[in-house]
Ligand binder design. Sequence first.
Ligand code: GLN
Ligand code: ZN
Length: 758
Amino acid sequence: MVKSSVLGYPRIGENREWKKALEAFWAGKLEESELHTQLQEIRLNHLRKQQEKGIDIIPVNDFSYYDHVLDTAAMFGIVPKRFAYTGSVVPVSVYYGIARGTKDAAASEMTKWFNTNYHYIVPELNEAQPVLTENRPLQAYREAKEKLGIEGKPVIVGPLTFLKLSKGYKATETDAWLDRLLPLYVQLLQELESEGVQWVQIDEPILTTKLSGDDLQRLKTIYVTIAAKVPALNIMLQTYFESVDNYNDIVTLPVKGIGLDFVHGLSGNLSSIKALGFPQDKVLGAGVIDGRGIWRAALGEKLGLLEELAELVTAERLIVQSSCSLLHVPVSTDRETKLPSELKDALAFADEKLGELVLLSTAVSKGGSAIAGELKECDRALQVLKLSNARNRKDVQDAVALISTKQPERSKPFAERHTAQQKKWQLPLFPTTTIGSFPQSAEVRKSRQLWRKGEWSDEQYAAFIREQIDIWIKLQEETGLDVLVHGEFERTDMVEFFGEKLEGFAFTQNGWVQSYGSRCVKPPIIYGDVAYKDAMTVEETVYAQSKTTRPVKGMLTGPITILNWSFVREDITREQVAYQLAYGIRQEVEALEQAGIGMIQVDEPAVREGLPLKEEEHANYLSWAVKAFRISTCTVKDTTQIHTHMCYCEFHDMIDSIEAMDADVISIETSRSHGEMIHSFEENTYKLGIGLGVYDIHSPRVPAVEEMTDMIDRALHVLDPKLFWINPDCGLKTRGYEETISSLRNMVEATKLAREKY
Ligand code: GLN
Ligand code: ZN
């Protein structure tokens, strides 16, 4: 019998019980012992589900109290000195301190887990003296066995991946660190071996990125050492998110199994196997069910792929797997009662994917006829969605095909637009503005709830929003800002707001996924052709403009950000979906312009997040991302000023693309990197309007005038004063009222000082 396996299961629980338990504990409303009890219950429930569905090899130690990378660091006693931790096992208070900060010590940095929207806590190796404080994989293994009779597969973050994702050491110290860590891994694995554990999954997703010769050498050292010290343990060396570059180096390592991603790395991995073969002494973990996507698998096609692999590898040496941990998808479609059936039937969240894995392993063992009914039902569901009206909007498809044949251009180059816009707007040197949102106070959120529940009429709610706009237009004028915004009070979220107003989107009731720690997001689903219905932002923007003689910037979310923060259909390319979104946004840009709005910002904070893992694919992605932005913004008059905004730092390798977007003004986050990104502009004379954020909006602290002056001076070393704008780093929606006003006053003060100097 061909076995099925999963690489990891979502932690958050069917009803986000996990999140609720963590937050109750942090708020002091749950005793620590109760936290352990509740989390154990959740964990066992997840194992039981996989057992009941019939998964053969069930992962353990994939569960976490926050993040699996932090778990690994904590297990090795790697705790930054500022947490004053001594002793052995890292207590829960210190563990959460590292993740979230304490009153005395700042949290560790958090960053994106490869190209997903999951964020891990970056281990800080400096100063630490690692030891194996406890064997968490072993504890998880014993728990599953004792409580449920499950022969679990402990999952651990591999040594190379752990080392590469950590910080706090110099490149020259890498081997010294490996020398410290490897014996701890060996000790851990030896304990698993003596316990009689059969399979261990060692996650090395770093193997899907470009590795240096030194790293390949380290990889070899690691797995040769492990094989020598723990010969009886079956190690599944697991990769995911892409194909592996160094196929030959990897499959010849002395491990029992190699796990490859045949969804996101399908063509690369399959051609490597075909060209180079697969070693006869190894098992292939065939990741055929997408662990990151929400769509039901085309079972017939997957079965075909598995049969092809069985020819190359032999069926006895196949394990049917998810392509990566199911951490990245929602728990179950069971609770979705409001989705159109054509969509719901075509979805598979974590629990449904368990079913698919079991079906496929049965089918490879016994032949497709063993699951004939299921194959038929699957075909039917996929066919219904394919033929649905939502996916066959000829009007949209034709318009988009026409627009995207050539590179969209504004009618004049930037230099000429700039002159025309200066003449029209008469803005002072260093115009000041904000990024769009103002504080979403409890009152704002409350009123939206009342309106959503039907307790407030549309008119009542609209009147409330107008009141907020009145207040903030006045405040912006009093503060002395030059370009104003309406404040985005009517929006919960910058993607959901537009998704609800465009066609082609669906919203789940319970489709949550973990983003970081207890924070979960519920991405919209782009399942049909995206179509513009009616004006989305004109009313509020025009109202705000009617209250002031200063220009009010319209505020939209860009196509690439909507794309990257949604679950996206896969029957057409992401590029095509981006163009459809762009075409929708373009119609709103035009509607705003027609309504007399002369400055329009199209936010693209998430462009960087969509960068493919493989460097050789960056250029192509960036080129269509830029094109999508230009489709959205290119049809306006010369005098209409297009703004954009980006955050999450690190743009050094994208400045050419940012320039190619051809926005008249861009505002970029700068302060969180302590102005480091200013260096990016040194060799690269950016030629369009630009505002580098002069203060960090992520903290309630009111920055002093001098700090902002300092940031401005540094920026003006490398940027043309005539093109320079002054603004905060990002939107102010999470900030309080007082601090927002004080900070903006200081910002205007710093601007006045700068104007005197230049
Ligand atoms: N206009 C948005 C705001 O001000 C931009 C948010 C973002 O960049 N993430 O909130
Ligand atoms: Zn931002």
